[in-house]
Design a protein around this ligand. Structure first.
Ligand code: FAD
Ligand code: NAD
Ligand code: NAD
Length: 526
């Protein structure tokens, strides 16, 4: 598909000459010195590595990760990997993408990366040009004055530039402690996927998924679909009113919940776990309502915390509000220290300070960090807006840019009748004003086009939205507003519009111009 995501290459035109010149002058380095050390063998490090190599083709780069395998895509672990037709594909970590193309989740080909263990690392006399990947190794200290890192083994290495890309650590819930480690797991890695997959594969299992956000919702749908013929029962428990309740406007969250239920998931919204115990080798979850849910296994998907352990010890500045390490718009925390991906609180020059926990942000941020690391004079700002996407069963797929927060005012435009232009703001007064203007504008538009119904005047009560019409939320656009500006766009079952969304992000929302604004999104073209 036309890449709506952003892994385009934007390297300069002098690359070929730079390659030759650099190759001729590939320096010899002192023992245990690496010009580039990337901490965390994840998505952001992978993208940084590619960017460094483009600018500095003979660079000696060392990537250090504490998982057993090198950088891989996490997104298929809660989606496509569950839809494989053969167990062999799953064993090989392959999946079919939405176009039917066979792919592997591992990001690097074998050819250009040399995998090392710690013994092999010890034996290197002088880092040569090329990328080395040390897996199964934790970086336990970073000294930004000495420009050194220390591995768990005690070995110290010197760096020229370092990237911190340590991602996030899944949160857990204290109330689940009594169920023991065996039966309660978080879900982030290939190892977690393998564990859950092999458990579900044997069939006849009850799986409880705690959390109604991105991970909990995707996984509930995927596991339910995979386990349909295997008598697997999935129950999803979370405190919000509906799936994705912190992200989607209320009516859309409610409709999404109905779709998740159609996939066979028993959804328990507005629910918290009060206590947990083991009964006959199963976990018994007692909800605050008194209701009991029995599960063979519980998956906790209640968000992540930015992994800042190393950064904290190193004395880097942390973002007390959003979590993560504070960097500037060039993704620099200190001289020669860069950060990218989930653990980064960066200055977005359009939307202000942010921390983003999505794949494309890790790719784009990693890329900018890598480019800046490889060039002392570039000072590139991270201003290209990242996108994110999700799929939830056969009727829901979306792409988005910017800030999607259900507390913000929203304006929605949908294809099919009865179309809802829902002002779903729950809190802000300013938002209410914006909503009523939106209503006027959309009413005008509907008169002209004859395609949309009159907009509703007040925020829709959730009950007013009947959910039986599958076509209702077929294709649409939701604008998220803050201080009268468009800060987020959700393209619902409407792919390939991310570039158009990027153009609008940050603009003042003007009801008079709403028609022209939404035209590129082709909501009414089917
Ligand atoms: P990570 O990919 O987590 O990489 C960090 C790595 O650093 C980890 O391997 C970690 O073990 C390692 N590490 C940490 N500390 C140390 C240390 N001290 N020493 C050595 N190694 C260390 N986003 C989307 O946009 N769309 C999706 O559909 C989507 N699906 C997802 C599905 C799942 C199941 C998950 C878990 C996430 C999904 N995401 C999705 C989010 C996306 O995968 C993350 O935003 C992205 O992986 C972040 O990349 P990162 O490089 O910052 O961190
Ligand atoms: P999240 O932040 O999206 O959702 C957190 C959820 O935790 C909330 O929706 C809430 O329902 C739940 N929660 C919080 N406290 C709770 C409590 N006491 N009891 C029950 N539930 C509680 O995080 P996630 O869904 O766990 O996802 C983990 C990470 O993976 C995030 O960084 C996410 O962005 C990423 N991810 C992204 C995608 C995607 O972009 N498509 C897909 C999967 C995972
Ligand atoms: P993709 O190939 O664009 O990859 C998805 C992510 O992987 C992107 O964010 C990108 O940054 C990253 N990526 C891709 N190749 C990379 C590389 N060589 N190096 C580093 N990072 C790389 O898309 P996909 O995996 O085929 O599917 C997910 C995308 O497809 C989403 O954008 C989703 O919304 C879209 N999608 C479209 C439809 C449709 O009907 N058009 C349906 C489902 C999904």
């Amino acid at each position: 598909h036309a890449p709506s995501s952003s892994h385009h290459k934007d390297s300069g035109s002098n690359d070929a000459e730079a390659t030759k010149a650099a190759a001729a002058a590939a320096p010899k380095h002192e023992k245990d010195f690496y010009p580039y050390i990337l901490i965390g063998a994840g998505t952001a490090s992978f993208a940084a590595m590619e960017a460094i190599r483009e600018k500095d083709p003979t660079a000696a780069i060392l990537i250090i990760g504490n998982e057993d395998i090198g950088p891989y895509m996490r997104p298929p672990l809660s989606k496509e990997m569950w839809f494989n037709k053969s167990e062999e594909a799953t064993e090989n970590l392959s999946f079919k993408d939405w176009q039917g193309k066979e792919r592997n989740i591992v990001l690097h080909g074998k050819e250009n990366i040399e995998s090392l263990d710690q013994d092999a690392l010890d034996k290197i006399e002088s880092a040569e040009s090329g990328v080395k990947l040390l897996t199964g190794a934790t970086v336990s200290d970073l000294n930004v004055s000495e420009q050194t890192i220390t591995l768990g083994s005690g070995k110290t290495l010197k760096y020229g530039k370092v990237l911190l890309a340590t991602g996030g650590v899944p949160k857990t819930l204290n109330v689940l402690k009594d169920a023991g480690e065996d039966k309660v797991t978080t879900f982030r890695s290939v190892e977690d996927f393998k564990k859950l997959h092999s458990l579900v594969k044997s069939g006849e299992k009850k799986i409880a998924i705690v959390g109604g956000g991105f991970l909990g919702s995707e996984l509930a749908v995927a596991v339910s679909q995979y386990g349909r013929d295997k008598s697997v029962k999935v129950t999803q428990i979370f405190p919000e009113d509906g799936n994705m309740g912190l992200v989607f406007p209320r009516y859309l969250s409610k409709w999404t919940t109905s779709q998740v239920e159609q996939e066979g998931v028993v959804v328990k919204p507005k629910s918290r776990i009060a206590s947990t115990k083991i009964v006959d080798d199963q976990v018994e979850l007692t909800l605050e309502s008194g209701e009991k849910v029995l599960a063979d296994h519980v998956v906790v998907a209640v968000g992540i915390e930015a992994n800042v352990e190393l950064a904290k010890k190193a004395g880097l500045e942390l973002d007390e509000i959003r979590g993560g390490v504070v960097v500037n718009a060039e993704l620099q925390a200190r001289r020669n220290v860069y950060c990218a991906g989930d653990m980064t609180s960066f200055h977005d020059i359009t939307l202000g300070r942010r921390r983003v926990e999505h794949y494309d942000n890790a790719i784009l941020g990693g890329r900018v960090a890598g480019q800046n690391m490889a060039s002392d004079n570039l000072h590139k700002t991270y201003k290209h807006q990242s996108m994110f996407w999700s799929d939830l069963g056969p009727h829901i797929g979306y792409e988005a840019v910017g800030i999607l927060d259900s507390k913000l005012s929203t304006v929605s435009i949908w294809t099919k009748k009865p179309t809802v232009t829902a002002a779903d703001a729950t809190t802000e007064d300013a938002g209410k004003k914006e909503d009523s203007k939106a209503e006027t504008a959309t009413s005008t538009a509907s008169e002209k086009e004859g395609k949309r119904e009159r907009a509703t005047a007040t925020p829709l009560p959730a009950e007013a939205v009947k959910v039986e019409d599958k076509e209702k939320y077929n294709k649409g656009l939701v604008l998220y507003l803050k201080d009268k500006r468009i800060v987020g766009l959700l393209m619902w079952n409407n792919f390939g519009k991310v570039e158009d969304a990027r153009k609008i992000l940050g603009q003042v929302y003007d009801t008079e111009k709403v028609e022209a604004l939404v035209k590129p999104f082709g909501i009414h073209e089917d």
